[in-house]
Design a protein around this ligand. Structure first.
Ligand code: SF4
Ligand code: SF4
Length: 160
């Protein structure tokens, strides 16, 4: 396990990320893991773990987060948002982390081009996995996923 040096931590990192997405949206995370449990990318890339990334932000591990390839693997499907009891939208967090990673020089030349090759695979994976979860009856606790409107259940004619 990597040792964490106290002087490498940035206590303002979480405030900065929260401010960029216009919300206090990261701080209330209580690491329940629901996001990781539903995440289609986590199903195939075990190291990609939205709960852990948020935890690292809360700890202030700025360099570790911004220099990690993992922040680029989120396919922005929003499945985690629909199960998060704190209504944290990881897709927005990931988008801001990526901008910060580029702005602060953590992205090596050619990386984004190489990522283009993987992106369609991740997006297709997310679409297929979420579609099958919704068909199996998945529905978030606080709101219905937008993709639910395309399932058979919502296409049933209204009665009464
Ligand atoms: S589901 Fe929400 S509260 Fe739970 S770990 Fe993920 S971001 Fe945090
Ligand atoms: S937006 Fe989708 S891919 Fe990204 S962390 Fe949430 S569930 Fe995983």
């Amino acid at each position: 396990m990597k040792n964490i040096l106290f002087n490498e931590l940035d206590p303002h990192f979480k405030d900065e990320v929260a401010e960029k997405i216009g919300l206090e949206a990261i701080k209330p995370c209580f690491t329940c893991g629901s996001c990781t449990g539903i995440c289609p990318v986590h199903e195939v890339i075990e190291d990609f773990d939205p709960r852990q990334i948020i935890y690292m932000i809360l700890l202030g591990r700025r360099k570790d987060v911004l220099s990690s390839d993992l922040i680029w693997f989120c396919c922005l499907c929003n499945a985690c948002f629909f199960v998060c009891p704190q209504e944290i939208k990881f897709s927005r967090v990931a988008t801001e982390l990526r901008k910060m990673a580029v702005a602060e020089g953590h992205v090596e030349a050619g990386f984004l081009d190489r990522l283009e090759v993987v992106k369609p695979y991740l997006q297709d994976l997310c679409r297929r996995t979420i579609f099958s979860k919704v068909k199996d009856g998945f529905c978030g606790p606080h709101t219905k996923p937008c993709w639910r409107k395309n399932t058979d259940e919502n296409l049933k004619p209204e009665t009464g």
